[in-house]
Design a binder for this molecule. Sequence first.
Ligand SMILES: [Zn+2]
Length: 235
Amino acid sequence: MTGTCWDLAVGTARHRAAADGEVFQVATAAALVAGAFRGEVSYGDISRHGDFGVGTFDCLDGEMVAVDGEFHQLHSDGTATPVRPEQLAPFAMVTFFRGELSAPVNGPLDHRGLLARIDGLAPAEADLCAVRVDGRFGWIRMRTVSRQEPPFPTLAEACVDEVEVERTDVTGSLVGFRAPDQSDGITIGGYHFHFITDDRTAGGHVLDCRVDSGEIRVDHEGDLHVQLPPEISGG
Ligand SMILES: [Zn+2]
């Protein structure tokens, strides 16, 4: 892999426990938002840095969700297919998920309630966290970006025509991260989740949901390692 490596200590990283993990990220969120949709790093390479995470593909051709070491491509029609190692990512975030903190969900929680429950499990000073929620979702609303042709629009422009998909009473996994608001631009500030069904055939970028039952698991990630593509770093 070429390009500059940035190791960015996030918040209390200096005081982190030895067990804290690292998030490996391809490119900055700001570059993706600006329309840098050309894939730079292969998912074969990315999979050496984590078994869990989110991302997208060359030309913004769908969303990526990795769970249990399996990488999936989520298409704009809501379907999912396995990722091939040679497929390229303009942006991705992965980590080796450990699930150190956990809490059950025993009754319906709307999206806001779910985020509050996660915040309670992983206090604000935990900064960067990987979050997984496995369960039964009474309702979930998703969207999936679709392939763009150069010259690329901005991410906001590319999302104007995106199709939203709703599913009811579906079991599956939310996979994502919580990052400090002040890190937005370097990474994606706040919460960012992708969903995939238990049978791994459908999913998308999560806009809203209600989880009825399941389990929340959270890992504190001490370090964010940003791999800058060559054209940004000049390498
Ligand atoms: Zn997303």
